[in-house]
Design a protein. Sequence first.
Length: 509
Amino acid sequence: MPQQPLADIGLIGLAVMGENLALNIADHGFKVAVYNRTTDIMRKFIARENPPGGLVGCETIQQLIAAVKRPRKFIILVKAGPAVDAVTQQLIEAGIDTDDIVVDCGNSLFTDTIRREKQYADECKFFGSGVSGGEIGARFGPSLMPGGDPNSWQHLRPIWEAIAAKVDPKTGKPIETATPGHPVTTGVPCTAYLGPNGAGHYVKMIHNGIEYIDMQLIGEAYWLMSNLLGLKAPELSRIFATWNQGDLDSYLIQITADILQQPDPMHMGDYLVDYILDTAGQKGTGKWTSTNALDMGVPANSITEAVFARFLSALKHERIDASKPLTGPTPSYTGNKEQLINAVRDALYCSKICAYAQGFQLMREAQKEYNWKLDFATIAAIWRGGCIIRARFLQKITDAYTRNSDLVNLLLDPYFNDQIKTGQTNWRNVVSLAATNGLPAPAFMSAMAYYDGYRSVRLPANLLQAQRDYFGAHTYERTDQPRGQFYHLDWPEPSRPQIAIVKGAGGGH
Ligand code: NBP
């Protein structure tokens, strides 16, 4: 019997992401050997889906290794965490070569990827690649965020570029016409090498952090319009659909319009959104982004606020109890409806700019911390298609970083600065309306606090530093002396002030 040609790549983990990614790879003409811990799942998958010659089912890790051509490439798509190490160890114990490439495509914490690359360096090339777009993205074109050994990338690149989402080179808009067996093969792929070790998973984590705040902002826009204007789901759907024709054009706005027009299957004439319990879940990537911001001292307050908003939503029983004794105004708005809708649109756009500014500020700091050289124009470009935050807006970010790759903050780019200049009166009015009507809008408000804080020459931190020196002798710098000179005042005895220069930088505990 003639021997079967070896597979181009192996894939481990046939849950929703693994199955869809395997089919996507096969659609592009690559042969994929697939393995799953529970063999029956693999057998059923092959029986159900095997496109002509595209998939090779393997019952053991040894079979999988034997089925893939050298240098072997393996994608791991198992539950993030210890399972990734378990699978990597199995591959190593089963005899993969040092040149074989093991790519973790799950939502792994980037520090785990940094650790794994080092830990397995003598046994294989461990590589991390973020994947965004959920099951549909995995099937027809995700945004792929690879990071690891640059030579390994050259082996992965043809597959990654083939299976990634594509955008139109002229407009930057996603080309979304793939169907099973008919993949999109033209356009600019939404993938690029991002840097060594954990860079890919780091960028994916920031993507997810931005996704949290993008969703929270849309939720607040929906909530303000429905409470202040009394709008019902179908009308709100039409507003979001209209917004989707302009600067806010994005996947999340588009699905919001779709969701709001969905009738409830259990109540004729009603809309599903009104019956969905108002408690949001989360899988932790927003928390990782927030923790990273706190660790690095980067003010990503809106991203963090979006995570807290989910935590607050989860306190449903407490909120019901608290709604009785805790009073506030009853929402009421008597102004012009169209003006308010436009104002909410502007508030959403201005806040979104601030949220992305925070995400990119985080990446700017991380590249120093982890010794990467991230290309921000490229990162925005590979988010234009395939991923959950895909949006017309990302082309503007690509343009901003193409104009100036050293841009300190997105807010300082002329386009984004102009947008905030144009929209900020409306934005401020919406934030005021939210506050005076007792409607929570933490993302709109925190984005504005970020904007106003970032543009302030002086902040009240002088008083704060004085307090720190008063109670803890943490020292302070003076506005009339060079930076780096630290002073301490003997505060409790103001009749005998003593000023002393504390030597060295960064006094305090
Ligand atoms: P899950 O995260 O639900 O993981 C299930 C898979 O992991 C199954 O194939 C399971 O095998 C395998 N597995 C587990 Br659990 N423990 C294992 C172990 N110790 N050894 C070997 N295999 C093990 O799958 P998913 O939802 O497809 O997601 C895969 C990865 O992609 C995750 O990291 C996820 O965070 C990420 N991701 C998911 C999405 C999404 O929309 N779902 C989007 C983007 C990224 P079994 O069948 O034998 O139990």
